[in-house]
Design a protein around this ligand. Structure first.
Ligand code: ZN
Length: 132
């Protein structure tokens, strides 16, 4: 398993980590298989979505904040319940197929690290699954 750090600057932030995953894949040299991209955090997540129009990320963040506003009727006293809810909605990982040595992402797809309780220094794990 490999690991790299992500430094976030806002409470809510999406960071495009696609190029980092691509670089690691090139170094690994896997032709066919899959890559598990995983965030070991309870107020963060990993998602795949559009990279062309930054308004897509803004809309995603805005809609998640409508579902889980920062100030809400929460029992958890740490003050980051909104982040916990968003983390579970987005999920902690994505499994991306590798085909011919490349991530099998669509033209407009990018891999995003999703911060929901920043700013913090976060970790992303990559687990490589080599096919036959
Ligand atoms: Zn908490």
């Amino acid at each position: 398993m490999e690991c790299f750090e992500v430094r976030t600057r806002s409470r809510n932030e999406f960071i495009d980590i696609t190029e980092t995953v691509r670089e690691r894949l090139r170094a690994k040299g896997i032709r066919d298989g899959a890559c598990l991209v995983y965030a070991p955090h309870t107020t963060a997540g990993i998602t795949i979505n559009e990279n062309a129009d930054p308004d897509v990320q803004r809309d995603l963040q805005a809609q998640l904040s409508r579902i889980a506003p920062q100030e809400g009727l929460y029992r958890h006293a740490e003050g980051n319940s909104d982040g916990h809810v968003k983390s579970s909605l987005v999920g902690a990982s994505q499994l991306i197929p590798i085909e011919g040595g490349r991530l099998a992402l669509g033209q407009w797809q990018a891999i995003y690290f999703c911060e929901f309780d920043g700013p913090r220094t976060r970790r992303v794990y990559l687990q490589w699954l080599a096919g036959v």
